[in-house]
Design a protein around this ligand. Structure first.
Ligand SMILES: [Zn+2]
Length: 127
């Protein structure tokens, strides 16, 4: 089994899904920025935005990557991130994690009923 392991853990981090967040931490090098996805450096692309390692909508407000360029973050991975968040929407409601804005809500297509939760509480509402 061990010989099939292709990845190794380089960092472990725990963040709360609500309440006070830990201070910001960044993986990678601030001085020698090179995108781990497209391999471009500072002279070829920009690194102006803070790239979340896990999506902020899943509760990550504090763990970032110095080595993900703005183009990969915004133009490539944001589409996949939105698909992931839609797929996990019911899970996000049930863990009552804090989204960027408001409360997570799941509403089936063409339905007036929905499920939502109040971040930071034990409240899940079915309407
Ligand atoms: Zn990139």
């Amino acid at each position: 089994m061990e010989e099939n392991v292709k990845y190794k853990q380089i960092f472990q981090y725990t963040y709360p899904i609500s309440g006070e967040q830990p201070k910001k931490e960044f993986l990678g090098s601030a001085q020698n920025r090179q995108c781990i996805f497209c391999k471009r450096g500072k002279s070829e692309t920009s690194f102006k935005k803070d790239a979340h390692i896990e999506p902020a909508a899943l509760g990550n407000r504090s763990l970032f990557n110095y080595n993900e360029c703005d183009n990969c973050n915004e133009k490539i991975f944001s589409k996949y991130e939105n698909d992931l968040l839609n797929y996990l929407q019911l899970e996000r409601i049930l863990i009552r994690g804090k989204p960027r804005n408001g409360s997570p809500k799941y509403r089936p297509i063409n339905s007036k009923s929905f499920i939502t939760s109040t971040p930071g509480t034990n409240q899940v509402t079915f309407l």
